[in-house]
Design a protein. Structure first.
Length: 149
């Protein structure tokens, strides 16, 4: 499994409750550009419209050796999920405060996949609390490591 890009900011801004793997409907030049590792998930998000799932604002750079038929970098891309999964996600996202965000873009075999997270936004004080907990965990690990040596 080759990871193309990750949305690291997502784990800071949201609490991820569940993840799901989805395929992507891509053009040929998009796949070639992804294989070069030229993608960005920074401000992207997922919507469900008419029982279809779409990835918006995902930036895949134009292929360097592409011709005049190269793709638009910010075009809307369809995600490939089973009908039951779409209906389940649709029901969950209708709850207040929940959203779908892409977490990773990677290749599984020869297929491009995106890991979508079912997330709830964090408030400012929750973000600070998370940072405090992480720092405390690091100091404890350092103390344990220094005792062993």
């Amino acid at each position: 499994m080759k990871i193309v890009c990750q949305n690291r900011k997502a784990y800071h801004d949201y609490t991820i409750e569940e993840t799901i793997e989805a395929g992507m409907q891509l053009l040929g030049t998009e796949v070639k550009s992804l294989r070069q590792g030229k993608a960005n998930l920074k401000d992207s998000y997922v919507i469900i419209k008419d029982s279809e799932v779409f990835l918006l604002n995902c930036h895949i750079s134009p292929y360097s050796h592409g011709n005049i038929m190269n793709h638009d970098p910010l075009r809307t891309r369809k995600l490939l999920l089973k009908r039951k999964e779409i209906e389940r996600l649709k029901g969950k996202t209708q709850q207040k405060g929940y959203t779908l965000i892409p977490l990773k873009l990677y290749f599984k075999g020869s297929f491009a996949k995106v890991e979508v997270g079912f997330a709830k936004g964090k408030r400012k004080y929750e973000k600070r609390e998370t940072i405090r907990e992480r720092e405390a965990r690091r100091t404890i690990e350092r103390a344990i490591k220094s005792q062993k040596t």
